[in-house]
Design a protein around this ligand. Sequence first.
Ligand code: DGP
Length: 117
Amino acid sequence: MSERDECIFCRIADGKVKSDLLHQDSEVIAFRDINPLAPLHLLIVPRKHIPSLVELEAEDSSLIGAMVNVANWLAKDAGVAEKGYRLVINCGPEGGQGVPHLHMHLLGGRQLGSKLG
Ligand code: DGP
């Protein structure tokens, strides 16, 4: 089995697993988290399989900007931009990363706690 076939977010990006997709372009997709922690909880995911933030190569660093742009657009579209929202990238086991494919959480729609860890 190929790396993409073994990765749940690659399978979603490739249309092999269903998701509640809200955005897709040539580089980035965004869909609702299956386990929402807030009224709005989206995942912004590069199509390219990058296992985690620490493995982001310099040549791919513009992807982070593309992911933030998509997140900001989705926050505005969902109506949470004015009140505020949070973007989170978990990296590695101690950073709380469960799915080994780079992704950004967009959380909003309620007052989020002031503690990060
Ligand atoms: P993290 O802990 O940062 O790796 O978060 C991974 C998130 O991915 C977690 O909040 C649950 C979500 N997730 C895992 N598998 C699926 C899936 O198959 N579909 C969707 N929509 N979300 C998933």
